[in-house]
Design a protein around this ligand. Structure first.
Ligand code: DC
Length: 235
């Protein structure tokens, strides 16, 4: 596909493990470029929330599939702050607990969940002008994305960041258990059969271990602007 085939701009994929800074970077990069941010992890979290709320056993794949077929998941990016809705309920804060993170990692390995979310993500992103962040954007959702980043950091650094975030949200967690949970989730996300977390061959690796958000963001913005210019796409 030609790089300027999308009416609204490029598709920019940011994949990587949890705690590498994807959400913050995706939000700020989308803002700088005037693009829409699509947080695909939030979509999986919203599904996991509905599964829990309905009291469905995650092992009951048929029941999870029925739920997916009727679920209404929406992301609202108004005023650059993301709100997440599941069947009309604002679940923005409810989906960010450590329990929901692990539950989401488990639910997101199920085929019907991946298929329904992938369809939705493709519909939302296909016209371009989007920054999608997740685990499988560059490998499975949009393998033809014009620009792909793989953002990563050491497990210790990612654990520390997630810990600071959770403590900021008032969660009673320790650093050790947070590092443990991050590592466990990485393992689950990387070892599942369908669309596991991995770097696309044509993704640009970005190590955020020893850099500030601003440094990482500037570097990615430079690359994105170069690509946009090359594609002849107007901002
Ligand atoms: O990015 P996050 O931490 O909010 O994602 C929560 C979980 O959702 C993550 O552990 C794996 C799953 N996920 C996925 O399987 N594919 C994506 N594109 C995004 C998230």
């Amino acid at each position: 596909m030609a790089v300027n085939a999308r009416p609204n701009g490029l598709i920019i994929a940011i994949d990587g493990p949890s705690g590498a800074g994807k959400s913050t970077i995706a939000r700020l990069l989308a803002k700088r470029l005037g693009y829409l941010q699509i947080d695909t992890g939030a979509m999986y979290r919203a599904v996991a929330f509905l599964v829990g709320q309905a009291g469905i056993d995650p092992g009951d794949v048929a029941a999870v599939e029925r739920l997916c077929n009727s679920a209404d998941i929406r992301l609202d990016n108004a005023n650059c702050s993301l709100r997440v809705y599941a069947n009309g309920q604002d679940v923005t804060e409810l989906i960010r607990t450590p329990e929901m993170s692990l539950m989401t990692s488990r639910i997101s390995a199920l085929r019907p969940v991946r298929e329904s979310m992938m369809l939705l993500q493709r519909r939302l992103g296909q016209d371009g002008g989007v920054v999608l962040e997740g685990r499988d954007i560059g490998t499975a959702v949009f393998p033809d994305a014009e620009l792909k980043f793989f953002l990563f950091a050491s497990p210790e650094e990612r654990g520390k960041r997630r810990y600071a975030e959770l403590v900021g949200n008032g969660e009673p967690v320790t650093l050790e258990e947070t590092i443990e949970a991050v590592t466990r989730r990485d393992r689950q996300d990387s070892q599942r059969d369908i669309a596991p977390l991995r770097q696309a061959e044509d993704a640009i690796p970005v190590d955020s271990s020893h850099s500030s958000i601003e440094e990482v963001l500037n570097k990615m913005e430079d690359i994105a602007r170069g690509k946009i210019q090359q594609a002849g796409t107007l901002l």
